[in-house]
Design a protein around this ligand. Sequence first.
Ligand SMILES: [Zn+2]
Length: 237
Amino acid sequence: MRLFRSLLLLLLLLGTYALWQGAIEIPERWNPWAPLDVREDPVPLVTGWKLDRLRADDTLCRQALETSQLAYTPVADSEPQPGCPLNDSLRISAAGETDFNSSFVATCPLAVALALYERHSLQPAARETFGQEVSQITHLGSYACRNINNREDGRRSEHASANALDIAAFTLADGRHIEVEADWPHEDDAEDNAAARFLTRAHDGACDVFRVTLGPAHNQAHANHFHLDMGTYSACR
Ligand SMILES: [Zn+2]
């Protein structure tokens, strides 16, 4: 058993080495060392690994960003509020055909995650649930110089570096408005509710991409929005 395990480990190492050296060719989207391309369908684990890498490497992140349909402008490094500097940030105004209620600043990893999410998760959920796309995302902000839950003794929130976005609602192409606060599923929901199903998918899909996704099921503070961030912690609630 021990020998078998050692052999397996050796094979795995050799395979990894061959892959890294380019001796084995696999499609780029399966190759964990290839830069992330937002247009390609995500591959479980591989896409997560690529996102992890670009969180630590701004050049890699910018490369991935170039493959997205985000409309953005660079933001010069600054410190709009004392103690909460903005570094390597962008101002995002649209994701392809989808616009936002207002533009917002974001770190590059947050921007890439959002682009992946909009394309591969949010729009498919809208198409399959309503037969139409989301045309606008309503957010409550990304940058705020504060600690988690506004506690004085707490850890800095990811919002303090524009590494988090709070999403409150989605508007469909026909103008229908779906709000986290009003449409999130409740236990006493009488019948199958398309908006509730859509929000559940929108929440669960976010968990596949963002490091942290918190919604109404987490606590009262998130009753009216999804908190999405690209920090070091990992949570899906
Ligand atoms: Zn938040």
